[in-house]
Structures are given as structure tokens and as C-alpha cells.
Design a protein around this ligand. Structure first.
Ligand code: PLP
Length: 376
């Protein structure tokens, strides 16, 4: 099997699976005062510490959620509740994941003015464009770090630093899902007040994520109830999933630079193979993460090719898994040529991806080019 859809989800690493098992065995409720509860709480604290360390923040700035979708909803609706009654403007980009885009659409429905910055003709979002859109009435700026369809890296640090210099009270939120554990991320360097993270993109389990909330920022809770996570996110903590998340972070946290080097070599190899083929375009070559790559195979519709490859045990995505076959507005925003839009494949790497995987993918594509009917 060749699995190249790691931006959709990754295969959990052995350490994460063991972590989940450990969290199931230590079955106490972390809120219970007796030993069973204390043992579970220790596991949660240990995982919280690993995640905090991985982005260089305090343990108390990390709150567990059910995933990045919940983290971003909490961030966006929390910012609205805390400031949106007095201020009305939100600045974001036109290339956000739906986990950010949909809650912001909802704020627009509630009466906020939303400015969505698009990439320029080269597919680049400049920090100046973001900063210039912010004004006295802005309460939230939300921008992703790495785009999930093209791998484009957005200039978070520059934009957020300039915004905070001019408007210190504006809340900055960053969806770091596709950059976490892949590119070096430090909360202070990014300058984000709020950061969304997810475990299943980094070889951890599904259904668990975290929200970083900068110390000193009061963010109204999204989930109300028993007051877990210091009242920030009620609901009994999922100890098994939290443990699995923590173990994945421990395993990969120390070797980001090394793995990045390997991913860059794989990206170069993929691009070299595409160029050699002659019938494949590379859709985005700007400043990007090597882990996410968008290509288009001339004349072969994405879904047709995806299922052809699947029969050969090769798994890729057409655009983004979240769009479930719907046409991607994000690719158009990145100025991908119209003729490439129906023929896009997303090839995304994990720490386990090898050059042999890419050679296998290319063999599969070449077989399809020979066998399958061309789009008229
Ligand atoms: N943000 C980005 C950039 C993503 O790629 C994804 C998942 O595809 C999410 C958010 C949502 O993450 P989760 O599945 O943890 O809710």
C-alpha cells in the first residue's frame, strides 16, 4: 500500500497507539479526587506538558478539544463574544479551511464585516495586505499557517507582529494544523493569541486537538458544563486520546528539522518526476511546506485517476479530503489555471513516506495516462 493522503489524516504511530491503550487502562476520571482520578490526571498533565513544550508555551496555555475544528470554533466565537459587541470587523484570508471559514461566515451572518484577503496573481498573500485591512473596528484576525490544499505558507509572524504593534488589542488566531510538527512553530514567534492544533495529522489519534490561549487573554468558553480544563472546555477529558496525542508529540517533537530535510528531498523528487513525465503540472511552487503538494495530470479527471490509483493500492486525494469531491474555491484563489482545476491531485507526506512510494505513484499515473480515456 502506498499512502500519500497524509494531509487528510495519518496512520497513528505505534507510540500513539500504546498511549491510547495506556489511557484506557488508567480509566479514572481526571476530576475524581481519589487515586484513580489522580493517576488519570497525571497522564493528562504529562501530555499537556509535551504539547506545550512543542510550541514553546506554558502548560496552562494548552486546552484539549475534540480537534482543530472545535479549537477554531472556540477561538472565533470566543473572540466574538469577548469583543464583537463593541467592534465589528474580522480580517481573514480567502483560503482558510472550512473549520475557520464557516464560523467566520456565521459571524458575518450575525452582522460582522468580514474582509477576506485573496492571494495576488502569484498566489502570494503579503503581510502588508493583511495589516492594511485591519482598523480600529477590527477585533479578530484569523489566518492559517500552512494551506491544506497547496502547502502554501502564509506570513503569520510578520503580519501578526505588525498588527499587534498598531492594534495591540486585536485577537490573532492561527490554524496551525498542517504546519504543526512539520515546520518549526513557536507560539511567541508566531505572535498568535490563539492557535489550533490537531493530533490526527501528526500520527496521533482522531478526535483530539488543542487550543493554545495566550496567558492573560480571557476567552469565553464554547462548551459549558462541569468546568473541566479550568472552565475553558467542559466535558470529561478523553484521557486515551490525550495520551495518544502526547505520545505522538514526544516521538516526533525532537526531530522536526531532520524530517523537514527529508520532506524537501521527497518534494524535489516528486517535482522532478512530474517534470520528466511531461503531462503533469505542479500547481503551486511558491513558499510552501514540502509535506503538501498539488499537481494536475493533463486530461485525467481527479476522481477517475484517484479511483484508478486506489485499485493499485495507491491512495491520494483530489484537492482536499474535506471538500468531498466538491470543486475547490481555494485552488482558484491560488490562481491554479482553470484547465487544471478538474485534474488536481493532492500528494501529502508523512514521516514514513519514501522515495519508493513516489516511484510507485508515478508508475500508477503513467499506467493511467496510457489506459484511461482523455477528457474532451
Ligand atoms: N484546519 C486544517 C488546515 C485542516 O487541514 C484540518 C483537517 O483537515 C482542520 C483544520 C480540521 O481538523 P480536525 O479534523 O482536527 O477537526
Amino acid at each position: 500500500m502506498i499512502y500519500l493522503d497524509n494531509a487528510a489524516t495519518t496512520r497513528p504511530c505505534e507510540a500513539a497507539v500504546k498511549g491510547v491503550m495506556k489511557g484506557l487502562e488508567v480509566f479514572g476520571n481526571p476530576s475524581s479526587l481519589h487515586r484513580c482520578g489522580v493517576d488519570a490526571e497525571l497522564l493528562v498533565s504529562d501530555a499537556r506538558h509535551s504539547i506545550a513544550e512543542s510550541i514553546g508555551c506554558l502548560d496552562e496555555e494548552i486546552f484539549f478539544t475534540s480537534g482543530a475544528t472545535e479549537s477554531s470554533n472556540t477561538a472565533i466565537f470566543g473572540a466574538y463574544k469577548s469583543q464583537g459587541k463593541r467592534k465589528h470587523c474580522v480580517v481573514t484570508t480567502a483560503v482558510e479551511h472550512p473549520a475557520t471559514a464557516r464560523p467566520i461566515d456565521e459571524l458575518e451572518r450575525l452582522g460582522c464585516k468580514v474582509v477576506r484577503i485573496s492571494p495576488d496573481e502569484n498566489g502570494v498573500i503579503s503581510p502588508e495586505c493583511i495589516v492594511n485591512a485591519v482598523n480600529e473596528d477590527t477585533f479578530l484576525v484569523s489566518m492559517m499557517f500552512v494551506n491544506n490544499e497547496t502547502g502554501a505558507v502564509l506570513p503569520i509572524s510578520k503580519a501578526f507582529a505588525a498588527i499587534h504593534r498598531r492594534f495591540p488589542k486585536v485577537i490573532t488566531h492561527c490554524d496551525c494544523v498542517q504546519g504543526y510538527m512539520k515546520l518549526p512553530i513557536k507560539a511567541k514567534t508566531l505572535g498568535a493569541d490563539l492557535i489550533s492544533l490537531s493530533a490526527h495529522k501528526i500520527c496521533g489519534p482522531k478526535g483530539i486537538g488543542a487550543l493554545y490561549v495566550r496567558k492573560g487573554l480571557h476567552l469565553p468558553a464554547f462548551m459549558l458544563g462541569g468546568g473541566q480544563e479550568k472552565g475553558q472546555r467542559s466535558g470529561t477529558e478523553s484521557v486515551p486520546l490525550i495520551c495518544g496525542f502526547g505520545e505522538a508529540v514526544k516521538l516526533y517533537g525532537g526531530s522536526i528539522a531532520e524530517r523537514l530535510e527529508k520532506a524537501k528531498k521527497l518534494e524535489n523528487k516528486l517535482f522532478e518526476l512530474c517534470e520528466k513525465n511531461g503531462g503533469i503540472s505542479i500547481n503551486y511552487r511558491g513558499e510552501k511546506s514540502p509535506y503538501v503538494n498539488s499537481i494536475s495530470v493533463d486530461g485525467l479527471r481527479s476522481e477517475v485517476l484517484l479511483h484508478y490509483l486506489e485499485k493499485r493500492e495507491i491512495f491520494v486525494s483530489s484537492g482536499s479530503a474535506c471538500s468531498k469531491g466538491k470543486k475547490s474555491g481555494v485552488l482558484a484563489e491560488f490562481r491554479i489555471p482553470v484547465q487544471n482545476m478538474d485534474t488536481t491531485l493532492r500528494i501529502s507526506f508523512s514521516p514514513d513516506t519514501t522515495e519508493e512510494d513516489l516511484l510507485g505513484l508515478m508508475e500508477g499515473i503513467e499506467a493511467a495516462q496510457q489506459e484511461l480515456a482523455r477528457i474532451k
